[in-house]
Design a protein around this ligand. Structure first.
Ligand code: DLL
Length: 432
């Protein structure tokens, strides 16, 4: 079922024509009404009249998160103060925060995007959706809240924390869908087990809307088999509004609504376009955003573009799972390693709980990588198990998948940090 079939399934040619018109209007608007964009375009030697085809988007300058920081708080806004009806703030780990403003129409488009997305994951009237993303300055909670209400679901706005209570409510109210980070889902599963609750057998929970951090197919299988939750990937970033796009029932890529966003995949070194299907850096231009429009925004995420038609019948392009960020891709002894690859490997192994930490260090001139792995209580306490053999098999699996040797250290169940929002899995000691 589609929320807005006329748009979601429109012929590709019409969609591209629509994108071109929206792009042209947006570029004129930015050039005419905002000093930053005007100057950037002039520096690049491009005028709105130069946008003659959709591919001419490539003539436009890129934007980085640093541009938002340099123009903090509202230097890049293209709506006046009284048109802005909401702020969200993205903290980031370094530097100043970034402020995102929304006009009424921006909020409407955000909600429309999520209404289409949630419908494509099978959520609608009759569902009770627990929103366990943080409410507040983070976009996850409020974004999904309004999207779920729009499709007619009953929303339980638990936000993060108080996990036992979340599980009790889930049972009392017959929650059928949950929106949270995949790491919080793992934690919820553990807490439920300690409470003697099987999420699979004792609750109505069926669907999970999981994102805000990288996760893997291994985790999807774990959620399906062990927790009875069919998980769908959701992607977005505060600067583009917040959570915006999800997989559909086909679970073969995340649909990016073409009437809202224009996606490109570029080579981060040359800035040139990559071939369809090639994994590289994602660049997004928001075509209709009013308060904080983003032009060719280099988010720093790595994925691929799929423009072939999806089996669900939606014609809008898809992006693949985000495998990591350009800036948290680890390069260890010359080999690119993404934390999501480690997660994928560990989630296939029944001895692991899914909690892990990667420590990268330099011994002399050589990089070293250690993976701290939490074992399940059964394996950890069972003396009959040969821990040496398990360590060897995990090391072998990691080596096979990552192409690099990693030292494996076993951790007691429950000893690694738990995260209610995004997990921080990597400690890179090489720069310290
Ligand atoms: O994380 C918005 C969001 C909320 C998305 C809830 C999904 C669900 P930021 O805090 O600005 O916004 O962080 C954005 O998180 O650039 C990616 O690096 C990462 N990220 C978001 N979704 C995914 C995902 C929200 N599905 C940054 N897979 C992005 C992998 C993701 N990484």
């Amino acid at each position: 079922m589609a929320w807005n079939p006329k748009i979601e399934k429109m012929p590709i040619k019409e969609l591209k024509d629509m994108q071109f018109k929206l792009l042209k209007m947006q570029v004129y608007r930015l050039y005419s009404f905002n000093r930053f964009y005007h100057d950037r375009m002039r520096q690049q030697g491009v005028h709105p009249d130069d946008i003659q085809t959709l591919d001419d988007v490539r003539k436009l300058p890129f934007m980085l998160k640093q541009d938002l920081r340099d123009n903090y708080p509202t230097g890049m806004f293209t709506a006046s103060g009284d048109e802005v009806v909401r702020y969200h703030v993205s903290s980031g780990t370094t530097g100043k925060p970034t402020l995102v403003g929304y006009t009424e129409r921006d909020l409407e488009m955000w909600t429309e995007s999520l209404a289409r997305a949630l419908t494509s994951c099978g959520i609608g009237r009759g569902d009770v959706m627990q929103v366990s993303y943080g409410y507040g300055l983070f976009t996850g909670g409020l974004g999904l809240h309004y999207g779920a209400e729009r499709v007619g679901a009953t929303v339980l706005p638990t936000s993060t924390g108080n996990t036992e209570r979340q599980i009790e409510l889930m049972m009392d109210l017959g929650v059928t869908a949950i929106a949270c980070t995949p790491s919080y889902m793992v934690y919820l599963g553990e807490v439920a087990e300690r409470m003697g609750v099987s999420l699979k057998d004792d609750t109505e929970l069926k669907v999970g809307i999981m994102g805000a951090e990288p996760w893997s197919e291994g985790t999807r299988t774990h959620f399906r088999d062990v927790l009875g939750v069919e998980a769908y990937d959701i992607y977005g970033t505060s600067e583009l509004s917040g959570p915006l796009f999800t997989e559909c029932e086909a679970q073969d890529g995340i649909h990016v609504w073409g009437d809202m966003a224009l996606v490109e995949i570029i080579d981060p070194d040359t800035g040139e376009a990559c071939a369809d299907g090639e994994k590289s850096e994602l660049v997004v231009t928001m075509l209709q955003k009013e308060a904080l429009p983003m032009m060719r925004y280099r988010i720093g995420d790595i994925t691929c573009l799929m423009e072939d038609e999806c089996s669900c019948g939606r014609t809008h392009p898809r992006i693949g799972r985000i495998s990591g960020r350009v800036d948290d891709m680890l390069i260890i002894r010359g080999i690119n390693v993404f934390p999501s690859q480690v997660e994928h490997t560990l989630m296939q192994l029944p001895q692991c709980t899914g909690h892990f930490q990667i420590i990268v260090d330099r011994v002399g001139a050589l990089d070293s990588m250690k993976v701290k792995v939490e074992l399940t209580p059964e394996v950890f306490s069972d003396r009959i198990n040969d821990l040496m053999a398990i360590r060897k098999s995990i090391s072998n699996e990691l080596k096979k998948y990552l192409n690099i040797a990693a030292d494996v250290e076993f951790m007691e169940p429950g000893s690694l940090p738990r995260y209610q929002g995004k997990a921080r899995r990597v400690e890179d000691r090489r720069e310290m």
